[in-house]
Design a protein around this ligand. Sequence first.
Ligand code: PLP
Length: 383
Amino acid sequence: MTMRNIPFARPWITDEEKQAVLKVLDGYTLTHGPQCKEFEQRFSEFLGQGANSVTVSSCMAALHLAYLHLDIGKGDDVIVPAQTHTATVHAVEWVGARPVFVDCDLSTGNINVESIEEAITSRTKAISVVHFLGIPCNMPEIMSIADKYNLKVVEDCAIALGARYGGKHVGLFGDVGCFSFYPVKHITTAEGGMFVTKHHDVIDIVSKLREFGVDRIYTERTIPGMYDVVMLGTNYRMSELQAAIGIQQIRKIKDILDRRQKNFNQLKRILLDLDGILIIDSNDANATSSHYCLSIVLQGALQRYRNDIVLELNRAGVGTSVYYPQPVPRMSYYKKKYGYDATRFRNAEQISDCSIALPVGPHISSEDIDYISNVLKNILRKR
Ligand SMILES: *Cc1c(COP(=O)(O)O)cnc(C)c1O
């Protein structure tokens, strides 16, 4: 086998993105401009009917704005997945609410739906979910629990652009969907995110929260420089340069998703023959995954060799990652604040401690997939 060098992820940047950025620079409008508006429109169009989008500086910003505008804070509990990116939970902390962690299912990594209902108390105000590795949660079930207890729902869709349940795009079931355009995600604007909601009437307040809480934005002022501040906002704006990249990226999304699906399916087909690994995926007929990566969870005797196997893969030129490196409640900050009971997060722990995320992005060819699976097979054979 000739050695290959396959990064875990690589932003797909072409001349179109470069030209778009140069054009914005030539026009001098670097913020508050038409690029953000167009990106929001195109993004909503891709998601489908009912989507309203607001560009923001990151997914973390979108998550923070979600709790701010829902008026969730001190004295409130929010149910959160233990197996997620820390941003999902940090947003709850930032508004002063208390995160209540729930374990995931081992086969999908998604929050365990029965455990959500068990965790609800009179303090619970919202449920937060993450669509793990692009696998959509069973949103109809989660929404019926939310309706039953009158709870808000915040969907972290950072790695789920293109994921649908029953044909409906994730982020449109709950009150808010939060997307990320960090470089390794499905599309990128370098840094950036999107706040999405099915409630058209909150767009105005969220836009203001995103811009210091001013009553009228720059383009709405009759006398330049004159405005009032009506609420405690912050600056979570996206720039025109980022939005210009985003417009070009969202135009490619169907192609990106097709390539990811093809790579995922090819890799999965080969790996199904291997003993001692579990492939994180969904077998729900209503679920359309957006195939963020292919994570294998090592089983039995292989489990303790996860880090060694990762290093061997990397040495052979196969880029990997771990989603996510620890259950959030086990991260030092949360462990110190709330204590950690390992028995409650067995599945999240197994995914954090025994999984390896393999690349399936649009930068990967069919030959790359063969190479990745051959390398992995050879490594596992020796164990
Ligand atoms: C990457 C990621 C985030 C953070 O996104 P940023 O745009 O970097 O703030 C949030 N949630 C999940 C699930 C992620 O994977």
